[in-house]
Design a protein around this ligand. Structure first.
Ligand code: FES
Length: 144
């Protein structure tokens, strides 16, 4: 590990809740780790295991998926499906030798900017403790 290594955390956020919380965190000028790279989805139900595995293949050190609170998904059960997929991805990561803690599911409501900040900081610290993604290919990395 190099001295100046910083983890890269990919965050898949649903448009209606968690992305709004991220937006609100910005409006409130809340500070959080700059390591996160946000990708907006209409719903976390869209998150496929392949998205997450590809993020790791491309060099992400951790991936978080965050949707609406359970019971509040605008597509009814998208976040519940995502929760199951994340559990499945954790087992796949184990099989390929990656720590399952590198991926996590969150439920963050649109008005809960502080929870978004805590989640980003938690995933960044987790990735920092785990160290660089060992699958990271030098020629194929997400921008730092
Ligand atoms: Fe937010 Fe489905 S719309 S998780």
């Amino acid at each position: 590990m190099t001295d100046n290594w910083e983890p890269v955390v990919i965050a898949y956020l649903c448009h209606f809740c968690s992305y709004s919380a991220a937006d609100l965190a910005g409006s409130m000028r809340l500070e959080y780790a700059p390591n996160v790279r946000i990708s907006k989805l209409m719903c976390t139900g869209k998150v496929d295991a392949q998205f997450i595995l590809k993020a790791f293949e491309d060099g992400a050190d951790a991936v978080m998926v965050s949707g609406c609170e359970e019971g509040d998904c605008h597509y009814l059960e998208g976040n519940l499906r995502a929760k199951k997929r994340i559990a499945h991805v954790k087992s796949l990561l184990k099989e390929v030798g990656l720590e399952p803690e590198r991926v996590e599911m969150y439920n963050i409501g649109a008005s809960d900017a502080p929870k978004f900040v805590r989640a980003v900081n938690e995933m960044t610290e987790r990735a920092r403790k785990l160290g660089p993604n060992p699958l990271k290919k030098k020629e194929n990395t997400v921008p730092a």
